[in-house]
Design a protein around this ligand. Sequence first.
Ligand code: ATP
Ligand code: MG
Length: 511
Amino acid sequence: MLDLTKIGKNLKEKIAEVSETGDSHNTGRIIYSGDGIVRISGLSGVKYNELLNVKGGYRALALNLEEDSVGAVLFSGEDKVRFGDYVYATGSTAEMKVGEELLGRIVNPLGEPLDGLGEIHSEKTRPVEFPAPAIMDRGKVNKPLQTGILAIDSMIPIGRGQRELIIGDRQTGKTAIAVDTILNQKEENVICIYVSIGQKASSLSKTVNVLRDGGAMKYTCIICSTADDSAPMQYLAPYSGCALAEYFMYQGKDVLIVYDDLSKHAVAYRAMSLLLKRPAGREAYPGDVFYLHSRLLERAAKLSAEKGGGSITALPIVETLAGDISAYIPTNVISITDGQIYLESELFNSGVRPAVNVGLSVSRVGGSAQRKAVRRISGQLRINLAQYRELAIFMQFGSDLDAETQKILSRGAKLTNVLKQRRYLNYSVKEMIVLLLTVQSHVVDSVPEKKIGEYTEGLLDYFRINRADLMEKIDPDAEVTEELSKDILAAAEEYLNYSIGDNSQRSINDV
Ligand code: ATP
Ligand code: MG
């Protein structure tokens, strides 16, 4: 007769002896691989977002922790890993190399150099995912981030620690604004980080050359994932960039970070999520795509003085389709950021460059950080422009216009022209003040509309060379006095008489 109780007892004892070995805790084996996704059995002790080492020297990121397996995305080697290959948990979440050594370098989202300038000797790392600064640790945005672009600094000012979205269709000059802003930080003591996400290698190489030739690499780091990089690499890039930015921010420095662009980031994340079989929502994006960007952009902040007063200013870029800003990703990012610079293809194609639509662009916090003199002078600018645009529509009906209306129209047209700005031609604050004062005064009334661009360009040269004394007197942080503004306008008129008169052949040095 079988003694059932004895057998049961024996079995219980045997089972109790079986303990979970360290092996199944930290080691697993691949049971599925396809499209850059691997499913791993074992790895019972793995964390969310943990970096995994796959046999063959490849790396993966654990994203789905399920009851009987772990879903992970491969950074590389998706056609090399095989069924049954061993996978080892590293115990740490993804980390980015940080340090001053990264300035001037081009790296991938894991901090590995791509520029052939040798290894980066930095021992310091920071986790790629990190909580945003707490409310109590934040200070008020009170220092401007000068872009050097007149239309932006006067009407859509950006403060250090702000998040300002650059949004527009393809080829409307989005990257140009961000890159020109980086170039303008040469004397501003701002560290810049340019994160390229899923861009064409050719566009990226153009940007790199512009930054290099403009002497901006001294204070800039480029983190790049091109269109042919795996989706996980593209997904990781902005977080890596942010980790590097945080390293500098917590040292009390000011940082500018450009995410070019977050639409491609969302697309990369959608690809990963769908392959991981997460449920799809609106436009097939997963449910947490809002959180994807909000947790990234919340990390940009201005720290309080007790915390060192550092800041991260973020300029995320989002591409729209046919100007549709009510699509899913644009509305998400608009609601997260502190304002947007809206670029329009029609403006761009009609020669208004930068193609900023002033009516649809806002900056919700930058106003308080704007230089006092600029704020005062540009107060009227938006209203003047809006008035002009409204009248310009009526003008198309060809009705008779009184003198006052004609004046508004002609000044508006000239103002629009002055806001056009070539690339790499950044204005200093003082130059902006001279331009804004002149273009809103009676002085420009006698400049023919076609000559306004020529006039203002010459005017700045004239002020630089001949009226350095006046430039010296301008204090951007104080209101321009009545007297000084009179002097500036007198000088502008002086140059006008000379440049529009018969003497236009003479050099400005002769005046
Ligand atoms: P994409 O959608 O391809 O990323 P984008 O919106 O980033 O395009 P850019 O690449 O910045 O646009 O600019 C498109 C072209 O317009 C470039 O050749 C650039 O040199 C030109 N451009 C941009 N801004 C200006 C400007 N202010 N004046 C003259 N040309 C400009
Ligand atoms: Mg671009």
